[in-house]
Ligand binder design. Structure first.
Ligand code: PYC
Length: 334
């Protein structure tokens, strides 16, 4: 019988949870975080399942584990753990992890106010503002983001035929904008959006096998998230979205990688230009400030480098155990 104990610090980024596993994470093998992510998935996925799913977590739970950087010029490396797996990149997860890391002294940046973070999807440059012992905001320059395909179609048994784009912002997103068979997220409950998404994500990956593969890292592939759009709540917001991830989650935050993917979509369609601000509102009304920082390229694709700014609040310090005599040691979903 074995009992593993994890010291966890819990926060939320604009409403969406972030659980940093501060002690108890496994040592990983690999030259970079992309390889270490593969090692974790092969050998240690039980830790993710135990700490993310019920009864220790819930459908929306997500978190991270910190590692030393592979390049000593950088400050730290991160593995994202979520109910959906180990995402190559997570924006709300970064904002929450940096807030926890700085406030709790787990990250000691070489230059205060600036952090270089190695994520599985690439290097992420981060700025933050600290007042007394609190981090007020975190701004990350996300990985290069690009529109991968536009005007594809899929049949939803709930809504009928839908047109969607696929855009990359650290994960591949199917973006469904308002159209004749879908008037916008304001018309639907989170539960309905989850049911629609579960079906269309599966159908999209069946209809377009092998179409969405990152040109520089083939381990990042397939549509993992569905981003539905609709009418804003606040007059200050540029746009609003609800992102579906995992099996049953709607992001409570405006979703960092989703916001990046959407800015890349808008940029490719001429609706945003370099330097433009993009205030993205979540399903619950919380906001991230996005910005198109610069033009970039990924393989031979035209891309942008977006930035995302948001805030997080710490609310819990937990010691969580996973005892393998517990029938629910590795979590469950209903
Ligand atoms: O903020 O990038 C994000 C994210 C992905 C899934 C949930 N949040």
């Amino acid at each position: 019988m074995a009992k593993s104990i994890f010291t966890c610090i819990d926060a939320h980024t604009c409403g969406n949870p972030v659980r940093v596993i501060a002690k108890g994470g496994p040592e990983l093998i690999g030259k970079n975080m992309s390889e270490k992510r593969q090692h974790f998935l092969k050998e240690y996925d039980w830790i993710r399942k135990g700490l993310m799913f019920e009864p220790r977590g819930h459908d929306m739970m997500s978190g991270s584990i910190f590692y030393p950087p592979s390049n000593p010029d950088n400050d730290f490396a991160i593995l994202f753990v979520e109910t959906s797996g180990c995402l190559p990149m997570c924006g709300h997860g970064t904002i929450g992890s940096i807030t926890i890391g700085i406030e709790e002294g787990l990250i000691k940046p070489k230059t205060p106010g600036r952090v270089l973070m190695e994520a599985p999807a690439g290097l992420v440059e981060i700025e933050y503002r600290q007042k007394e012992n609190k981090v007020e905001w975190v701004k990350l320059k996300n990985v290069k983001s690009f529109l991968a395909a536009s005007e594809l179609t899929i049949d939803s048994s709930f809504l009928g035929s839908l047109v969607f784009d696929v855009s990359y912002g650290g994960n591949f997103y199917a973006i469904v904008d308002p159209q004749p068979n879908f008037k916008g997220i304001q018309e639907f409950s989170a539960g309905e959006l989850i049911r629609f998404s579960q079906e269309i994500r599966e159908k999209i990956n069946q209809k377009y096998p092998g179409k969405f593969v990152h040109p520089e890292d083939e381990t990042i592939n397939g549509v993992s998230h569905v981003l539905w759009t609709g009418t804003t709540i606040s007059p200050q917001a540029t746009a609003r979205n609800a992102v579906f991830y995992g099996d049953k989650a709607i992001d409570r935050s405006p979703c960092g990688t989703g916001t990046s993917a959407r800015m890349a979509q808008w940029f490719a369609k001429g609706k945003l230009k370099i330097g433009d601000e993009f205030i993205h509102e979540s399903y619950i009304g919380s906001q991230f400030i996005g910005r198109v920082e610069q033009v970039a390229s990924v393989g031979n694709l035209k891309a942008i480098q977006p930035s995302i700014q948001g805030w997080a609040k710490i609310y819990g310090h937990n010691e969580i155990s996973i005892d393998d005599d517990d029938p629910y040691a590795f979590g469950f979903q209903v």
